[in-house]
Design a protein around this ligand. Structure first.
Ligand code: DHB
Ligand code: MG
Length: 217
């Protein structure tokens, strides 16, 4: 089957970025601060075009109740919170007080801190504090890769019909075809497992390091 997706050269990628709504000054500052503050870990930050997509998708599903697993310095949570109505709610799960302290500053500056609740701890456990009935409209998973199956197991029953789970790093820098690390293998197994999950329909987008969109049936 010939591919209809064209390979993105650097110039084409720049063109793609230049023709979607750009990050605003605050998001730009957060991106830059994360790189300056945490040069070794900044690659964990989502790509600017993913931030735009998260806001877009949050609005598209009219999300009021959202969850994020893996907050880091906050670019994705900022994007999701901005797509919520003023009385919407984003619950963020992360293990790091240090990284999320940066996120908190930007939530405040963006005026979305009232919509966000941060829970620190291992998400496989803290997610269980959420009601088990289907009440979530939107979820973003971007945490430790071996934890993805347990986050998935906790999230899917809590998604309402039509709710969307977005999963980051499903292509592992292209290594998904020949997994090299523990995290690569974890994602390779995760990708197969979700494919067999009849509760969702899936689209995998080759944006940044790959996003899986899973819509709850
Ligand atoms: C890593 C994690 C991420 O979520 C990401 O987007 C990129 C890299 C990592 O753990 O290396
Ligand atoms: Mg990621």
């Amino acid at each position: 089957m010939p591919t209809k997706s064209i390979p993105l050269t650097e110039d084409l990628h720049a063109y793609v970025l230049a023709h979607g709504s750009p990050p605003d000054a605050l998001a730009r500052e957060l991106i830059d601060e994360t790189v300056a503050l945490l040069p070794a870990d900044a690659e964990m930050q989502i790509a600017p075009e993913q931030a735009g997509l998260l806001t877009f998708l949050t609005r598209l599903v009219n999300a009021r109740q959202a969850v994020e697993v893996g907050t880091f310095t906050g670019l994705s949570s900022l994007a999701i919170a901005r797509g919520l109505p003023a009385d919407g709610r984003l619950t963020c799960f992360d293990i790091s007080e240090e990284y999320t302290a940066v996120a908190r500053r930007y939530w405040a500056r963006a005026g979305v801190e009232d919509r966000i609740e941060l829970r620190i701890g291992p998400a496989a456990e803290t997610l269980r504090s959420l009601p088990v009935e289907p009440h979530l409209d939107f979820a973003f998973v971007d945490a430790d890769k071996p934890g993805y199956p347990s986050y998935w197991a906790e999230l899917v029953p809590r998604m309402r019909t039509g709710g969307l789970i977005v999963v980051d790093n499903v292509l592992r820098g292209g290594r998904i075809l020949a997994p090299q690390t523990v995290a690569d293998r974890a994602i390779a197994e995760f990708n197969e497992a979700v494919l067999d999950d009849e509760r969702v329909e899936l689209v995998m987008l080759p944006i940044a390091d790959g996003l899986t969109l899973a819509r709850r049936r």
